[in-house]
Design a protein around this ligand. Structure first.
Ligand SMILES: CC(C)(COP(=O)(O)OP(=O)(O)OC[C@H]1O[C@@H](n2cnc3c(N)ncnc32)[C@H](O)[C@@H]1OP(=O)(O)O)[C@@H](O)C(=O)NCCC(=O)NCCS
Length: 194
């Protein structure tokens, strides 16, 4: 089991199905905040649904098609980052993220997303990392900006969240544009079933 330090008492680790109860407790603390913009809060409502959601990402990881990583702050699960899409054939992937409110405003997601981007672009030779967010989700768009991503455009009213149509912004960074540190880490691969 690896744990990568993100600094300031925070760690990034694979978020695996056996952690369903921990995920549920975290979601109970953050449900209202997380649910404003993403479906995760509505998908994780009890231990069984938490385990099913984690298992869906374990299955993606086994197929080299995605993966989810938790962020722990002083030993408490407070959020995560994930490869919602990972297509090694085309070299395209998409990262997502969430935090409970007490962990926001510390740069944790920006730091964790950098680890995933480094791994995808440097370790796995991916070409493009995408970030999708509702136009109304200013904190998420600010993370994309902080990561140095470019705004590709907007899919007008393409999303539906809790019955309301959303404009979805697409941001991205290409391998040729990424100047993050070159990692020597094969450790995220553990979460990808390698
Ligand atoms: C999107 C979300 C994860 C952003 O959280 P966040 O805390 O703003 O993002 P980060 O963890 O990267 O922290 C950045 C903030 O910490 C501050 N910060 C403090 N120390 C920092 C550091 N070392 N590095 C970077 N930022 C730092 C930044 O200034 C910024 O605060 P500001 O926006 O007030 O300027 C959060 O709003 C969330 O979980 N929302 C609900 C779920 C969701 O919408 N997910 C995204 C789906 S697209």
């Amino acid at each position: 089991m690896f744990a990568m330090s993100l600094g300031d008492g925070a760690e990034l680790r694979p978020l695996e199905p056996w952690r369903a109860e921990e995920l549920l407790s975290h979601m109970e603390r953050g449900r209202e905040f997380v649910g404003q913009h993403i479906k995760l809060a509505d998908a994780v409502t009890d231990v069984d649904s938490a385990r099913r959601w984690l298992q869906s990402y374990a299955d993606k990881a086994a197929a080299d098609a995605g993966g989810v990583y938790g962020i722990w702050l002083d030993g408490l699960l407070v959020g995560g980052v994930l490869f919602r899409v990972f297509d090694a054939v085309t070299g395209n992937c998409e990262i997502g993220c969430w935090l409970e409110p007490a962990a926001a405003g510390r740069g944790l997601v920006t730091r964790a997303a950098r680890v995933l981007i480094d791994w995808a672009l440097h370790e796995r030779g991916m070409h493009r990392v995408e970030w999708r967010a509702s136009s109304a989700n200013t904190p998420s768009i600010n993370v994309a900006k902080r990561l140095g991503m470019s705004r590709d455009g907007v899919l007008r009213e393409s999303g539906v969240h809790r019955g309301v149509r959303q404009d979805i912004e697409i941001w991205s960074v290409l391998a040729s544009e990424w100047d993050g540190p070159s990692p020597t880490r094969a450790d995220l691969g553990a979460g990808h079933g390698r």
